[in-house]
Design a protein around this ligand. Structure first.
Ligand code: ATP
Ligand code: MG
Length: 774
């Protein structure tokens, strides 16, 4: 065990860490070590005889939870950390709900619906109720239902709440209460919970089952919560219930970073804490360890414009650092070029790695220009959030099979796959099945199982029986060997999905095929990663599905160690830090968003968001804005953001000329950011080594050219571990080629190979397509 862990802390941090019993609140500014205190406190509790099984720690992302476990392990030097309950609200509650689901009438393998699934249920309901989905937009309805659940409002309460009803009436959408009611019933029938249910049902469970409440109050004697300022009423009430017996609750938060009030989170939680718990010890942390003086001063000045905040004096001992570079470009495309050029330049000039850079934007749609420029420059990047891997159609289809195997009550997922790949079960059959299910109060699946009794005949009956038998055979397999990967492989083969995608030789088809292979790889990796939790059959299909359902935006593609520039929204960047940060799109109507400038509250929330963005940077901060950009299909002229006026001139450098290597890569000459006066002359610029990109959105690939390659008679695949760039290889289908790059860990090794006779460069997953060294 590391003994000096207390010595690494400053005085108030140490006071917080060593406070063991009784309520504790740490309110402090960005980068002052709140998360560090939380982590160290867990280790300290363990050292002082608290049992790891009695500690519950709730974080904002799974990634933060993982980091926390690792840090605790580092301090303790033991595997005790694995017994801690550390995770996001959603993941921890999903796990508890799985254990207790039957009390609420749910199967323990309940399905978790993401927003896409939820909206598709809402669409079905709108159809049933004969409502126009242009007026009752599923997105909007889902938002209302979500807000209701996060305020702990049942469908009945919703329909009887005067203020809520008035609001819906004013918007001319009086039926939302009824839709909510139908939605809740349908999810229940499907054995499914959406994300908000994971909180709402947890609350109901604790409130209505005193024995369950008692059990978990007794289990979680110490509760810790990061980012407390963003807890919503549902989370707040659950914590209150769980902590009521011991009151050993420790929360850390920063009112200046409250950025989820649109979800029902309010800074009232922080203010309320002291009132809820009489003997609260309050600790303030004022020293920032993350950022340079310039960065911190700018952040402090800007947030000072917000009224109604808890006064704080955040300072740092770090160096002054460089001024903040404020850069204006003509267009959004030039903004993209500027950022990519500057990354290339900073890598050369200051020896940064790709992973040291983060591009932060207000909305996901802004990522495009940066993606294009980074791709052009061969700089690897990864987008967090946006259309994530798991939202892609082929992935969702495949996962639907796995979900149905795990829970046949799930009508939505059955409908998604019943005729995919095409097997002759048409819309009429599906509608009839739904009607029968409703009439006889049975599940959709049960009607399918008894299709003959319900009068289905001929080809339709045969198709339904074939589908049912196939799913049942997968279920038998899942029950017998508990291995998610075996089941997934069987699904890929028996359904014909993999073959169908393989035979589709269009660029999109190839991408879809590769995505499925990537999914299979990840399931394999899941089954081969050592078990963390002995309580559960970790490698089973049910556990796998639960895990992937709970990936948050910020966890999406959590390949932490890969050397890639990160792109994400500011919301997803909460709690993170990076050596170099680009805050982009600082324009009126974009940031602050045009939807959030109508009230002081909204504008102050945008300002807090800007504060979060600025305080992610450790050493260097670039802020950019464009004169004009395409938005919703129109070229619009933009005023610079009002937040720029709030930054004191003395910390700003407006003369930055952009990345010196820009022109070497064909950048635009009339960029509007002044003459280049940097240290890199075009002719002298060393070319950056092209690197393969492993971004989530790969560059468009050439269409596959069919080859008639006949593999060598002695074709025997070689071990991927021995391969390296420069080697000549043979592929069974694409023929001979040269490896230009290798990437990925052992189970996930990917070779980039140029095949002159098969359309050029391809990425080959070595787990699936084998190569032979020639
Ligand atoms: P945020 O508000 O962004 O969530 P935070 O308050 O949680 O920030 P941390 O992420 O815990 O801050 O810490 C910020 C950085 O400062 C981290 O790199 C952390 O390791 C470092 N740090 C915190 N306390 C100390 C300390 N006493 N000595 C040295 N480094 C520290
Ligand atoms: Mg933190």
């Amino acid at each position: 065990m590391k003994d000096n862990y207390l010595a690494e802390l400053n005085e108030p941090q140490r006071a917080a860490v060593t406070h063991i019993n009784g309520p504790l609140m740490i309110v402090a500014g960005a980068g002052s070590g709140k998360t560090k205190v939380l982590t160290t406190r867990i280790a300290h509790l363990l050292r002082n005889g608290v049992d790891a099984f009695n500690i519950l720690s709730l974080t904002f992302t799974n990634k933060a939870a993982k980091e926390m476990k690792e840090r605790v392990e580092r301090i303790l030097g033991s595997s005790e950390a694995r017994n801690l309950y550390i995770g996001t609200f959603h993941s921890v509650f999903a796990r508890l709900l799985r254990a207790e689901a039957t009390k609420l009438g749910y199967p323990s393998d309940f399905t978790i619906y993401d927003s896409d699934d939820a909206k598709s249920v809402i669409k079905t309901i709108l159809n049933d109720l004969n409502l126009d989905d242009k007026h009752y937009k599923p997105n909007l309805v889902y938002g209302r239902i979500s807000a209701a659940k996060n305020s702990l409002m049942s469908p009945e309460e919703y329909q009887h709440d005067h203020a809520v009803q008035q609001e819906d009436m004013r918007a001319n959408r009086p039926m939302i209460g009824q839709i909510y009611d139908a939605y809740a019933k349908r999810c229940f029938k499907n054995g499914a919970m959406d994300f908000d249910d994971l909180l709402y049902k947890m609350y109901l469970l604790l409130k209505h089952f005193p024995d369950v409440l008692h059990k978990y109050q007794h289990k979680f004697k110490y509760i810790m919560i990061d980012e407390y300022q963003d807890t919503n009423p549902a989370q707040y009430e659950i914590i209150k219930l769980l902590g009521a017996a011991h009151e050993n609750i420790c929360v850390v938060g920063d009112d200046a970073q409250s950025i989820y009030s649109f979800r029902g989170a309010t800074i009232q939680n922080i203010l309320q804490f002291e009132k809820d718990y009489e003997d609260t010890k309050v600790v303030k942390l004022e020293q920032n360890y993350r950022s340079t003086k310039s960065i911190l001063n700018v952040a402090n000045e800007v947030i000072g414009n917000n009224k109604g905040q808890i006064p704080k004096n955040l300072w740092t001992d770090n160096t002054e650092g460089e001024k903040i570079k404020l850069v204006r470009t003509m267009t959004d495309n030039e903004e993209g070029k500027f950022v990519a050029d500057t990354i290339a330049e900073q890598k050369l000039r200051n020896h940064y790695a790709n992973r040291d850079f983060c591009i932060l934007y207000r909305t996901n749609a802004q990522s495009r220009s940066f993606e294009e420029s980074l791709r052009r420059m061969n700089i690897p990047y990864r987008i967090f959030g946006g259309i994530s891997f798991y939202q892609r159609k082929e992935i969702k289809d495949f996962l639907s099979y796995l979900r149905v195997i795990s829970n046949t009550r799930d009508e939505e997922n059955i409908k998604r796959i019943i005729n995919y790949p095409v097997r002759g079960i048409g819309k009429t059959t599906i509608e009839k099945t739904m009607v029968f299910a409703n009439e006889h109060n049975m599940t959709f699946w049960d009607v399918l199982v008894r299709a003959r009794e319900f009068g289905f005949k001929g080809g339709t009956l045969e198709a339904i029986d074939g589908f049912v038998t196939m799913i049942q055979s997968f279920q038998a397999m899942a029950q017998q060997n508990h291995n998610a990967y075996d089941v997934a492989i069987a699904v890929g083969k028996s359904t014909g999905i993999v073959k169908e995608l393989f035979n589709d030789k269009t660029t999109e088809g190839l991408a879809r095929y590769e995505n499925i292979q990537e999914l299979l790889n990840s399931i394999k990796e899941f089954t081969e990663t050592p078990t963390e939790d002995g309580e559960l059959l970790e490698k089973s299909l049910g556990t796998y599905l639960q895990q992937i359902s709970l990936l948050t935006d910020a966890d999406n593609g959590n390949d932490e160690n890969s050397d890639q520039v990160k792109l994400m929204t500011i919301h997803a960047a909460k709690g993170l830090e990076f050596p170099v940060v680009f805050n982009v799109g600082l324009e009126e109507s974009l940031f602050p968003s045009s939807m959030s400038i109508n009230t002081r509250e909204e504008l102050e929330e945008e300002r807090r968001l800007f504060y979060v963005a600025v305080t992610r940077a450790k050493s260097r901060l670039f802020i950019t804005y464009a004169n004009s950009r395409y938005r919703f299909g129109n070229l619009v002229q933009n005023e610079p953001s009002r937040f720029l006026d709030e930054m004191p001139e003395k910390y700003l450098d407006r003369s930055y000329a952009g990345g010196g290597v820009r022109n070497a890569f064909g950048g635009s000459g009339n960029s509007g950011w002044g003459n280049s006066n940097n240290m890199f002359d075009r002719k002298k610029t060393p070319a950056t080594t092209p690197q393969s990109t492993t971004s989530q959105r790969p560059a468009p690939k050439p269409a596959v050219v069919a080859t008639n390659h006949v593999p060598s008679p002695n074709f025997t695949p070689d071990d991927p571990a021995t391969m390296e760039p420069g080697m000549e290889v043979e592929h069974q289908k694409f023929g001979f080629g040269t490896i230009t790059a290798m990437e990925g860990a052992m189970h996930n090794r990917i070779a980039t190979v140029v095949f002159p006779k098969a359309g050029g460069e391809k990425k080959i997953m070595l787990n699936y397509a084998k190569l032979m060294i020639v």
